[in-house]
Ligand binder design. Sequence first.
Ligand SMILES: [Zn+2]
Length: 207
Amino acid sequence: MIENTQEANPVTSLEIHAGERKSAHARLARELFVKCKQCRTLLYIRELEKNLKVCAACGYHFRLSARERVATLLDPASFHEADTEMKSCDPLSFIGLDRPYREKLQEEQKRTGLHEAVIIGTGSIGGHALALAVMDFHFIGGSMGSVVGEKITRAVELACRKRLPLLIISASGGARMQEGIFSLLQRKIWPKWWQQAWPKKSLRRKG
Ligand SMILES: [Zn+2]
């Protein structure tokens, strides 16, 4: 048997530099360009943002975060966020398939820069004041946990208190199963809304 004493495929420093250059170019391309999910056209990210995240080639709508939605919709610097510090806790000490819910919440908060799947507040569109609640699908699929329900309820109350129209941008995958019954209880929003919008007095029969 003959042994092959020669080194197999020795990597030269020239090849290492070429590899580094290639990965740097790939990283730069990822930062500057994105491929349309529908027509596969390569789009310059700045141009895409100018076009409100709609593909210029085919009209595909990219997903917007809650903050992007606020920035594209409201008059500049008019948004005043309310209840910014509200965060979900872990009422059931739920352990998911891959990790505890508490850890998942922390990761999502870090990744999205949000405390929860909805932001609420007041702002203006074309000089007309309004209250709004904007959901964000990036945060656990925009699912409705106890804090999401509470914040939307507070947005309704805020609109009623300040006599403002209310705009809700819904982007939700449904109930947040990690919070079980506490998530399902968020249907409290609707009675609250109904009660605020059509108080009993106005429903009474006249005469
Ligand atoms: Zn496209």
